[in-house]
Design a protein around this ligand. Structure first.
Ligand code: DGY
Length: 325
């Protein structure tokens, strides 16, 4: 049996597939495959290892319902029509857990970098602007004892909350679909309404999936309810915030700063005004980009494919009901 891999992935994942006796075709060009190209490639393969934003939608699934399984090398699956996959009987897996620490690190890094205007300050040196020292200029803000608001206290949000508690004894509040008992016990985290999350957070960090409910949720109306001193962090998906509204909120000083590892669209235009603002730090979607984490993601994706190609349930299936019909 053979597997199509949409990008160059860590060798550890490929080795596992090859050792298990499967043939692997890896697409090595540095460009996004169109859906037509992907469908054509999948026609000759039994399974797919998908990296990046390729749309696994009704059209794709209808034409590729022969696939025995699709393993995503990501935790997010907003590019997948899960209901259609289940209907066509195609099991799909993701890579939860293995990237939580790395992604929370990036949220933590952005929080500190924004609080001290670090990226802007660094760029100013290159522009020859390291000038006369003025004690009242270039001031950031402290994080010690401040309130961290986590929107989506799952694995990644929990890792961030733990880091913020340990480093700065931050007070943790969160808004979730359901209460997180572990966080309430171990971090004294407090469940609040979405409105209170907006009103009370000194740092508000987004860790939810992109869904129709969360799409564009952080807009003008949301930013208006936040503290003028708040730092807004998004390491989840760019489409959860309205980028024009965010820019306006920063320009009008409705909010204090923002740290983004995800933008809308990606890549962000090099001339985007957010990139030259003092209280803004933007990274190019590197949440899971450590050698260790990417190895673990490739291995997890490979293990899911090996399972399904050996007629077993995918351990990280996002539509496990496929296996029970
Ligand atoms: C994920 O795993 O969802 C990361 O954001 C990479 O897309």
């Amino acid at each position: 049996m053979n597997i199509f891999v949409t990008r160059v992935i860590p060798q550890k994942g490929l080795d596992l597939l090859i050792e298990a006796g499967f043939e692997v075709t890896q697409y090595t060009e540095k460009r996004e495959l169109s859906q037509e190209e992907l469908i054509l490639a999948c026609k000759d393969h039994d399974a797919l290892l998908s990296v990046g934003p390729n749309k696994i939608d009704e059209n794709f699934l209808k034409q590729c319902s022969h696939l025995k399984g699709i393993a995503l090398m990501s935790v997010g699956y907003d590019n997948v029509d899960v209901e259609a996959a289940t209907r066509y009987g195609v099991p799909i897996s993701n890579t939860p857990g293995v990237l939580s620490g790395a992604t929370a690190d990036v949220a933590f890094l952005l929080m500190i970098a924004v609080s001290r205007k670090a990226f802007y300050m660094s760029n100013s040196i290159a522009k020859g602007e390291w000038g006369f020292f003025e004690p009242t200029v270039n001031l950031g803000q402290e994080l010690n004892g401040k309130t961290l608001g986590v929107f989506g206290l799952g694995r990644i949000g929990m890792e961030l909350a733990q880091k913020c508690k340990a480093a700065y004894n931050m007070n943790i509040i969160y808004h979730n679909r359901k209460p997180n008992d572990e966080a309430e016990e171990s971090l004294d985290a407090q469940y609040v309404s979405f409105e209170n999350l907006l009103k009370q957070s000194d740092v508000l960090s987004v860790h939810v999936n992109l869904t129709p409910e969360t799409k564009g949720l952080f807009d003008h109306t949301a930013f208006k309810q936040m503290k003028p001193s708040v730092i807004f962090i998004n390491t989840a998906r760019g489409a959860i915030h309205q980028e024009d509204d965010l820019l306006q909120a920063l320009q009008n000083k409705t909010i204090w700063g923002a740290g983004l590892d995800v933008t809308n669209p990606e890549p962000m235009e090099p001339t985007h005004p957010l990139l030259s603002m003092p209280n803004v730090c933007v990274l190019p979607h590197i949440g899971s980009a450590t050698a260790e984490t990417r190895d673990n993601m490739a291995v997890m994706a490979a293990q899911n494919l090996i399972a399904v190609l050996k007629d077993q349930e995918m351990p990280q299936a996002i539509n496990p009901e496929v296996f029970h019909h």
